[in-house]
Design a protein around this ligand. Structure first.
Ligand code: HDD
Length: 691
């Protein structure tokens, strides 16, 4: 018999090489543990004869492979995850008996998955889309899941409309296009016939849906929930997560280009951050308010298309959500993790929000279908980290096997019993009424909060919303659908509607859509703007340094030191990946070849070629794009005199502004990195992007 640790001698006669097993490599086996002698050749009748049915090694391998895929999630198929913990910074026992909040400093392990909604598992990261924001808290009293989004409102008010919404946004069923895009007739047809979606539409047309990094997004539980304390007293609550490093998004033109340059841009960013030993952090906050307060608001807190403005009920910061560990296996963790709004723990309860009520059914149902059995909660990533005692049994792949003869309750043998003291108690709320299918009148104002969102944006952000609407609607073939959308925008903001109408080439504004409730103005809320909630520091961001053979080594070092001192990362982009010889005569490592690392994947850039290098590259398309895009995307640009031929080649040499900072000595780098804390030089935008 052949020794499996020795190089194979009979791998075949095709001259193929065969990697040798190391001395410590375990022997390859089948799933039932049979050692495998040959993993290269099927068993055949004679050297050139047919394959034999008895080849269980071949059959085992192919059959397992054939079944590797499970149905992808119907929505939120593309996601990325990490492990971490929640740490309470407040004792909230006065409000809730939920164990993660029962003492200051209490830590609860979490697993988190962030996703896009519409695209399939292989779609690009920078699709314009809502980001799912799911957190599983493994508490001592069971798993608690917050299955939220990076946008605090939703398209629809009632779960009965969810299949229609998802059908409309997903690829059209006859042609199966477009992928990961709301820019098509079906989506805009549905939402323009569903006025309750107007508020969410303005959010998704903002830069919130093209985040720079998943580290720089907010998270929201969306619905109103209840907190219940040990005395059974309940209050309403909205959950918030605010990114430690501030909010940041990219421009649409960047998103389009990032999708081509690096479709894994967001997941790569998570991997690079955690691999460096840094953590990803949000502050967790709560808006806590009583039912009496809610009754006085001019909107209904049970309506998921409404926010509770932070000016009305401030967000109380209650802890830190920290991600500090990458997953080990994408399938076993990201793919089979099963989040569900029905997973709540004592101290948390649902509200009567009709969307939330429907969700409490849909996720468990979906997961039984996707994961093949009700036993999915026994998979390691889903299994609670507290004892489980019940009489559920059997089913497909029963990973948890109860011992003993008792499998019913009550019984005379002992075993687990219900406990009215410590067990989950629903918050008491009085409900009565006639069975009825009707939307309450208090849900009827579809425009006031959309207006609030739009008017709370900076002019830069408002312009981006206009451009996004014009882009999306220009992909819609039917003119009546385009006009119907504009008729709703009139109720949001006439100026917005007019600009979109102009962008679409409408000769005149259509009549405003009939509003069930006349929209009213609300006080602006600065919490709703990305730009007003940016970081003012370059921490966690990335500088791209464009260098050539002979570039000034002291400038490169000065920039690198200044960026790293500010907590930012640096990448060198040069003509050859194997290294670049700088003015110090030394070969320096290169992170990206020019073309492979376009400026769109960086937050700021330095263009510091040597004179000879710039002369050589001034006609190179990728080098020109690097510079022209950085300028058009309002990035801070550091440069030296030798960069001028490149600037001239893209006709920006006469337009250099305060966002373009000349480096004459290594020390200037600090001032540049300080300026980069603003992230973008937005003042340039009207000039650089006339459209
Ligand atoms: Fe949902 C997945 C968030 C409404 C039905 N949803 C899913 C995920 C997130 C959300 C983040 C991915 C979880 C993960 O990472 O695995 N969904 C939301 C939010 C909503 C919302 C914030 C509105 C406030 N969803 C919603 C409704 C229904 C669903 C109204 C159905 C009645 N959602 C599902 C689903 C998914 C899902 C079909 C797909 C796969 C899965 O659940 O496990 O059941």
């Amino acid at each position: 018999m052949q020794d499996p640790y020795k190089p194979k001698t009979n791998a075949g006669h095709g001259g193929e090489t065969h990697q040798q097993a190391g001395a410590n490599s375990p022997t390859l086996t089948t799933d039932v543990g049979t050692p495998i002698a040959d993993n290269q050749n099927s068993l055949t009748a004679g050297k050139r004869g047919p394959t034999l049915l008895e080849d269980f090694i071949l059959r085992d391998k192919l059959a397992r492979f054939d079944r590797e895929r499970i149905p992808e999630r119907l929505v939120h198929a593309r996601g990325y995850s990490a492990h971490g913990y929640f740490e309470a910074t407040e004792d909230l026992t006065a409000y809730t008996r939920a164990v993660p909040f029962n003492s200051k400093g209490k830590k609860t392990p979490v697993f988190m998955r962030i996703s896009t909604v519409a695209g399939s598992k292989g779609s690009p990261d920078l699709a314009r889309d809502v980001r799912g924001f799911s957190v599983k808290f493994y508490t001592e009293e069971g798993n608690w899941d917050i299955v939220g989004n990076n946008i605090p409102v939703f398209f629809i008010q009632d779960a009965i409309k969810f299949p229609d919404l998802v059908h409309a946004v997903k690829p059209e069923p006859d042609t199966e296009i477009p992928q990961a895009q709301s820019a098509h007739d079906n989506f805009w047809d549905f939402v323009s016939l569903t006025p309750e979606s107007t508020h969410m539409l303005i959010w998704i047309m903002s830069d919130r849906t093209i985040p720079r990094s998943l580290r720089f997004i907010e998270g929201f539980g969306v619905h109103t929930f209840r907190l219940v304390n040990a005395k059974g007293e309940a209050q309403f609550v909205k959950f918030h997560f605010k990114p430690k490093l501030g909010l940041q998004s990219v421009l649409w033109n960047e998103a389009v280009k990032i999708n081509g340059a690096d479709p894994d841009f967001h997941r790569r960013d998570i991997i690079e951050t955690l691999q460096k030993g840094e953590v990803i952090e949000w502050e967790m906050g709560m808006q806590i308010f009583t039912e009496e307060q809610a009754a006085n608001f001019d909107f209904d807190v049970l309506d998921p298309t409404k926010i509770v403005p932070e000016e009305l009920v401030p967000v109380k910061i209650v802890g830190r959500l920290v991600l500090d560990k990458l997953m080990d296996n994408a399938f076993a963790e990201t793919e089979v993790v099963a989040f569900s709004p029905q997973n709540i723990i004592p101290g948390i309860d649902f509200s009567e929000d009709p969307l939330l009520q429907g969700r409490t059914f849909s996720y468990f149902d979906t997961q039984q279908h996707r994961l093949g059995s009700a036993n999915f909660n026994n998979l390691p990533i889903n299994a609670p980290r507290c004892p489980i005692h019940n009489f559920a049994q059997d089913g497909f792949i029963p990973l948890r096997q109860p011992q003993g003869r008792v499998n019913y309750e009550p019984n005379s043998w002992g075993g687990p019993r219900e406990n009215p003291e410590t067990g989950f108690q629903s918050a008491s709320s009085t409900t009565e009424g006639t069975k009825i299918r009707i939307r309450p009148e208090s849900f009827a104002d579809h425009y006031s909060q959309a207006r609030l969102f739009f008017t709370s944006q900076t002019p830069t952000e408002q312009t981006h919303i206009v451009h996004a609407l014009v882009f999306e609607l220009s992909k819609v073939k039917r003119a009546d659908i385009r006009e119907r959308v504009v008729s709703h925008l009139i109720n949001v903001d006439k100026g917005l509607a007019q600009k979109v109408a102009d962008g679409l080439g409408l000769e005149k504004l259509p009549a405003a859509a009939k509003a069930a409730v006349t929209p009213h103005d609300m006080p602006e809320s600065s919490a709703l703007s990305i730009i007003k909630n940016g970081p003012n520091s370059f921490k966690g961001r990335k500088l791209g340094m464009f260098v050539t053979e002979g570039s000034d080594a002291s400038l490169v070092k000065g920039l690198k030191d200044a960026a790293e001192a500010a907590g930012a990362a640096c990448a060198i982009i040069a003509p050859k990946i194997s290294g670049v010889k700088l003015s110090d005569g030394k070969l320096h490592p290169v992170d990206e070849k020019i073309g492979g690392g376009p400026s769109v994947v960086f937050d700021a850039v330095a263009v510091i070629p040597s004179k000879a290098g710039a002369d050589l590259l001034k006609a190179d398309g990728s080098s020109k794009d690097f510079v022209a895009d950085a300028f058009a995307h309002c990035k801070f640009i550091a440069y030296n005199d030798d960069a001028m031929p490149l600037f001239k080649a893209v006709s920006i040499d006469g337009d250099l502004d305060e966002g373009c900072i000349k480096l004459t000595k290594a020390d200037d780098a600090k001032a540049f990195i300080q300026a980069c804390g603003k992230l973008r030089f937005w003042e340039r935008e009207p000039k650089a992007n006339k459209s």
